[in-house]
Design a protein around this ligand. Sequence first.
Ligand code: PRP
Length: 183
Amino acid sequence: MQLPDGIDQILSSQEEIKATIQRLAAQISADYEGQEVLLVGVLKGAFIFLADLSRQLTIPHVVDFLSVSSYGATATTSGEVRIIMDLRTFIRDKHVIIVEDIVDTGYTLSYLQQLLGARKPASLRACVLLSKPDRRRVDTPIDYLGFEIPDHWVVGYGLDYSDMYRTLPYIAVLKPEVYLESQ
Ligand code: PRP
């Protein structure tokens, strides 16, 4: 297959992603049987994952989104997270699942767990497609996890480099020269 410029190799194919999302959706549907859940997508990266995950759930659910500041085109993060756009929904007494494309240092998910946890939901869990354990700086629970991956810059299926590559249907490793050039 001819890969786009800047892409080194495919890490997870469309088929692998599809099977993983079916597994996660089946697990969530079983765990929350008889209950309604609120899926909270973290923009922008989670929009494709959330769209596919939500359509595989067999339990009643609603979706909402929030946006936080994290790092942009650089590979570093300060650990400071700010909320840019909050939820429309009041989450008190609701079963909330944070849906993230990737957990890297863990700062973003940890911040969101504290922020949303303080609003007294009935329960709060996290469903994450990708985790880079080697990069973790803070311990943060992930209740439903797709893949653990090595420390490469990955793009596609919602993940970007400078807002590019988000709509690739697979998850791919970016060539280091792409991001090293901008540093
Ligand atoms: C990514 C990802 C997570 C965060 C994880 O977002 O979607 O929200 O980084 O990193 P952390 O574990 O080190 O906190 P990004 O800042 O790339 O924004 P985007 O989702 O809009 O692409």
